[in-house]
Design a protein around this ligand. Sequence first.
Ligand SMILES: [Zn+2]
Length: 208
Amino acid sequence: MFIEPRVGTGPGVARRGWIEVVCGSMFSGKTEELIRRLNRAKIARQRVEIFKPALDTRYHAEDVVSHNSNSIRSTPVPVAQEMLLLAGGCDVVGVDEAQFFDESLVDVCVQLANGGTRVIVAGLDMDFLGKPFGPMPALMAVAEFVTKVHAICVCCGEIASYSFRMAASEDKILLGETDVYEARCRHCFQEGMKEKSSEPVSKSASAS
Ligand SMILES: [Zn+2]
């Protein structure tokens, strides 16, 4: 479990920022871990603000909601730069679903951290093809702390780090839940991708 080097700021100690990344596949508990850290900061009387990309409106527009419904109020922002305006006076800034922001998120996080803010970023490290997702690899490079959390492979029960998409869509952003994605280990992810590539392009076409 990740233990912060500091949570609050003692009297007479200047505020210092840093960047934490929590990454992993779908169903790995990234958002739960983000919420856990933010709740600890709140207990330490830190001023906390949470942002997420405006496109992720699966459950509720203003909540960071994890799959177990343990939620924290959050602010959807259309672009990462908006966080610089809205995060004034915050001790801790949380960012959820960070993979959906563009590369400018990296600069924004660095600016916030340089200015004394603790930044905690949660996001998918890989897309449904197993490729690094959006700004996540660069964020992992500039972060002081990187935590990779894992799900359990639904096929074999091993540790899973891949998000396997069961639907045929090639759209990089396909929001969804258990009916669209499943967590898989490296082996079962590869097996699934092989199966997919050998499938006929359209099932209805092959049936006719
Ligand atoms: Zn497996």
